[in-house]
Write a protein that binds this ligand. Structure first.
Ligand code: AMP
Ligand code: ZN
Length: 464
C-alpha cells in the first residue's frame, strides 16, 4: 500500500512497525458544537483508510479522542476554552454540552456508514496520563514553569517544524499578528502543557496537579491518549490539514521529548471541504450538518459518494448543485446494484472476479484513489460477468466503500412484503384524500425505523 506521508512530503510504501498490524490514531471532534459536513469529510477519509487497510488484510487497531476540555478558540494558546464558552452561552454545564454534542456527532458519523474506532476516548478520562507525561517532559528538560503554567520549550528541538513547511520567521510574524501574546512564553512558538491560570475563575473542569489546580492543554490530550492505548510506537496519525500546525507539530514535539525516540511514522491529512467563502468552519454562523442534509431530504450516503468521487488530498467545494448531481449518480448506481438478482445456476468463477478485485485494490493501494475504485465498480456493472459474480464483487467492494450498495437486497422477504403492503395502503389512503390515515401509516413505519420518501419515481423506502 502506498500513502502520502505529510512528514516526508512523499507518497511512500506503508510498512507498519509490527507485521500485519496497524496502530492508527484519529484526532476526534471538539464537542462544543455540531460537527459540520467539512469535519465529516475528514472522518470519511479516515474511515476509507481504516477499511482499506482491513481489506488488505491488516489487523487495525484504531483510537479516536473526544476533546471535552482544553481546546481554546485559537489553536495556539489564546482565546477562551471552547467548551466553557459554549456552556456559558447555552447556560448549561460543560459535561451536558459534551454529552449532547458527542451524541450528535456519533449520530451523524454513523449515518455516513463510518465504522466506530476500537477505542473512543474522552479527554477528561486521562488526566493522570497527561500529568505523568508532563512530569517526564519537565525532567527531560523540554519544559518550564512560568506564571503558573507549564510550557513546552520549543527551542530545545532542532526539528520542531519538521511536519510543516512553515519557516520559523513566518510563524513569528503569524503570532505577532495574533490577538494575544502570552508574555510567559520564552519563545513565541512555545505552547502550554498545563494551565493553572484560567481566565475563568468559574472554569468547571479543573484537577489537582503537581503545578497547581488546573487543566491540560489541548495538544497533550492526544499524546496522552495515544500512548495510553498504542504504546511507544504509532503507525499512522491523522486529521484535517489544519491540524498539521500547531496541533500535530506540538504532538510530535511533546511525544518525542517524553519518549526519547521517533514516535509516529506516517502522518495522514485530509484536505478541507470548502464553501463559497473558503474553508467550511464552525465560526461562520449556521452549521451544515449531516442531519440537516437529511432533513432536507438527502440521503447522507450521497454526501459520502460525493467525497469518494474526489481525492482526499484535493479541496472539495460544497454546494447544493454538486450534491444534487452526486445524489442523482448515487441513486442511479443503487438502482443498478440493488436490482441485480441472484441466479441459482450462475457459478462464481474466481478467475473472472480476480481481475476486478485487483483493479479495485490497486486503486486504493495507490494513495486511496477512491474515484478510480468507484470506476472499477461501474466497470463491473458494465461487464459481461454473470449476476452472481457481480453481486459477489459489489458486496466485496462495499466493505470499503460502505455505500449500502446491496442493502435493499439484504432486507428479508417478509419485511419487504410488509413494507410494500403498507406503502400500497398509504397510497390508497392518499388517493381517497384520507391524509390522516396516510400520516398514521408513515409514522407506524417510522417507529420500525422504516423511512419512506415520495419521489417522482414513486414511493421509496429505507430501513435504518
Ligand atoms: P474540531 O472539532 O474543530 O477539532 O475538528 C475536527 C476535525 O475536522 C479536525 O481534524 C479538523 O482538521 C477537521 N476539519 C475542520 N474543518 C474542516 C473542513 N472544512 N474540511 C475538512 N476537515 C475539517
Ligand atoms: Zn489531536
Amino acid at each position: 500500500m502506498k500513502i502520502y506521508n505529510t512528514l516526508t512530503r512523499k507518497i511512500e510504501e506503508f510498512i507498519p512497525n509490527e507485521e500485519g498490524k496497524v496502530k492508527f490514531y484519529t484526532c476526534g471532534p471538539t464537542v462544543y458544537h455540531f460537527q459540520h459536513i467539512g469535519n465529516m469529510r475528514n472522518y470519511i477519509g479516515h474511515d476509507i483508510l481504516d477499511k482499506t487497510l482491513r481489506y488488505l488484510g491488516y489487523d487495525v487497531y484504531r483510537v479516536m479522542n473526544i476533546t471535552d476540555v482544553g481546546h481554546l478558540t485559537s489553536d495556539s494558546d489564546s482565546g477562551d476554552d471552547k467548551m466553557v464558552k459554549s456552556a456559558k452561552d447555552q447556560n448549561k454545564t460543560v459535561m451536558d454540552i459534551a454529552k449532547f454534542y458527542t451524541k450528535q456527532f456519533f449520530d451523524d458519523f454513523k449515518m455516513l456508514n463510518n465504522k466506530v474506532p476500537e477505542v473512543i476516548a474522552p479527554a477528561t478520562d486521562y488526566i493522570e496520563d497527561y500529568i505523568k507525561i508532563i512530569q517526564k517532559i519537565l525532567e527531560n528538560g523540554y519544559a518550564y514553569i512560568e506564571g503558573g503554567n507549564v510550557y513546552f520549550d520549543t527551542s530545545k528541538l532542532d526539528d520542531y517544524y519538521k511536519l510543516t513547511n512553515h519557516k520559523e520567521d513566518e510563524m513569528v510574524v503569524g503570532i505577532r499578528e495574533g490577538v494575544e501574546y502570552d508574555k510567559n512564553k520564552h519563545n513565541q512558538a512555545d505552547f502550554v502543557l498545563w494551565f493553572t491560570k484560567s481566565k475563568f475563575e468559574d472554569q468547571e473542569l479543573k484537577w489537582e496537579s503537581p503545578w497547581g489546580y488546573g487543566y491540560p492543554g489541548w495538544h497533550i490530550e492526544c499524546t496522552g491518549i495515544n500512548i495510553h492505548y498504542c504504546g511507544e510506537y504509532l503507525d499512522i496519525h491523522g486529521g484535517g490539514i489544519d491540524n498539521i500546525f500547531p496541533h500535530h507539530t506540538n504532538e510530535i514535539a511533546q511525544s518525542e521529548a517524553y519518549l526519547g525516540h521517533k514516535w509516529c511514522n506516517y502522518w495522514f491529512h485530509n484536505e478541507h471541504l470548502m464553501d463559497e467563502s473558503g474553508k467550511m468552519s464552525k465560526s461562520k454562523g449556521a452549521i451544515l450538518t449531516v442531519s440537516v442534509l437529511k432533513e432536507k431530504g438527502y440521503n447522507p450516503l450521497s454526501f459520502r459518494y460525493m467525497c469518494l468521487a474526489s481525492h482526499y488530498r484535493k479541496q472539495l467545494v460544497f454546494n447544493y448543485e454538486s450534491l444534487d448531481n452526486a445524489s442523482i449518480s448515487y441513486e442511479k448506481l443503487l438502482n443498478k446494484t440493488r436490482s441485480l438478482k441472484e441466479n441459482k445456476n450462475d457459478k462464481v468463477n474466481k478467475e473472472n472476479i480476480k481481475q476486478y478485485q485487483d483493479k479495485f485494490k490497486e486503486a486504493l493501494e495507490n494513495d486511496l484513489n477512491t474515484s478510480l475504485a468507484l470506476t472499477t465498480l461501474y466497470d463491473v456493472l458494465k461487464s459481461n460477468l454473470n449476476n452472481n459474480e457481480k453481486l459477489y464483487l459489489i458486496k466485496d467492494f462495499d466493505k470499503v466503500l460502505s455505500l449500502d450498495l446491496l442493502k435493499e437486497n439484504e432486507i428479508d422477504d417478509e419485511l419487504k412484503k410488509y413494507i410494500e403492503t403498507k406503502i400500497e395502503e398509504r397510497n390508497n389512503a392518499k388517493k381517497d384524500k384520507n391524509f390522516e390515515l396516510a400520516d398514521k401509516i408513515r409514522e407506524e413505519l417510522l417507529k420500525k425505523n422504516i423511512i419512506i420518501k415520495d419521489t417522482r419515481e414513486g414511493t421509496k423506502y429505507e430501513v435504518k
